[in-house]
Design a protein. Structure first.
Length: 320
């Protein structure tokens, strides 16, 4: 059991130190969609979003000149073709569902997407999750939404699951009750503003998501974006490390209580236990790819965090 706990710890450390610091699919980002900042909650364990992609403009910077190379463009096209071919099994029923999944995956990789996790709970070895996601379905959003819902209903019939209907603040939604889902959380989805697929986990999460869209972006996101300026934003990620560590130890208390103190000592040695917030903003500027990171800690940096002590390197150190 300790091996399981340690693997979970390794993933947590990797995420906290590495982050999402890439340009989606190796393509330059399009304009930011303000709704992806609006729908972020005031409090959450994890928040991440990425911008839509556009055709590379070789005149912009070195990175886009590289992206515009015929070999790179061809690789991108081959990736999409291979993904489509993987969705074809020869079974008409399965292929229909797989085609919808492919279309949705394609939108996720080329359009603006955001998601957050607001709560994770372990109770008697049962995991329950609350959170939400927003996906820009682009053109023909209503048609794709109908295909998604039909595919979900076909899958539900095969699994003996009942899909219900609901309405939240005038938004027609479909739901699957918590007792029928693997994560023991109510699954709800609907089409917002005839463009965005909203998906939530949790009994009241759809109401909260819709309420967030009536307000400005949360203060923590505004402050993080001010601290980490990037001209053309590709992705934004923020992790509440304090909350994530609490969830991790809740899991550990059930799974392997004898290893709790040992894990805490490892975290302290590495300096991870002092982390309170981790954030990254990546994208492009006039020169090329750029990624800025923010690590908030409590007290003096220790362990791996000690490497960040002192004055940061400035561009002049690299001959710029």
């Amino acid at each position: 059991m300790f091996g399981v706990a340690f693997s979970q710890l390794a993933i947590l450390i990797f995420i906290s130190l590495g982050g999402q610091s890439t340009v989606p699919l190796g393509m330059p980002p399009g304009p930011e969609d303000p709704i992806m900042a609006q729908f972020a909650p005031q409090k959450c364990l994890l928040y991440s979003t990425w911008s839509s992609t556009v055709t590379p403009d070789p005149s912009q910077n070195v990175t886009e000149r590289w992206m515009a190379q015929p070999e790179i463009v061809e690789t991108f096209d081959r990736l999409k073709l291979a993904t489509r071919q993987m969705s074809q099994t020869g079974d008409a029923g399965e292929d229909a569902i797989n085609q919808v999944a492919f279309k949705l995956a394609e939108r996720c990789l080329s359009q603006s997407v955001g998601f957050y996790v607001s709560k994770i709970k372990f109770d008697d070895f049962t995991l329950s999750v609350e959170g939400g996601a927003l996906i820009d379905l682009g053109s023909n959003a209503r048609e794709l939404m109908s295909e998604i819902t039909l595919a979900m209903k076909d899958l539900a019939v095969g699994e003996g699951i009942t899909i219900g209907a609901a309405n939240y603040s005038g938004l027609d939604c479909w739901t699957i009750s918590a007792d029928q889902t693997a994560l023991k959380s109510t699954l709800t989805w609907g089409l917002i503003r005839d463009q965005y697929l909203a998906i939530t986990m949790g009994d009241r999460e759809m109401q909260r998501l819709l309420g967030n869209l009536l307000t400005d972006a949360p203060q923590w996101l505004v402050e993080m974006r001010n601290d980490l300026p990037v001209a053309r934003v590709s992705s934004v990620t923020r992790i509440d490390m304090s909350g994530c560590l609490d969830c991790f130890f809740d899991f550990l208390e059930e799974a392997d209580p004898r290893s709790v103190e040992e894990i805490k000592e490892i975290l302290k040695t590495l300096g991870i236990s002092a982390l309170r917030q981790v954030g990254w903003v990546s994208g492009l500027d006039n020169h090329g790819f750029i990624c800025r990171g923010l690590y908030r800690i409590e007290g003096e940096p220790e362990g791996l965090m000690g490497l960040m002590a002192g004055e940061p390197l400035k561009p002049v150190a690299f001959g710029k």
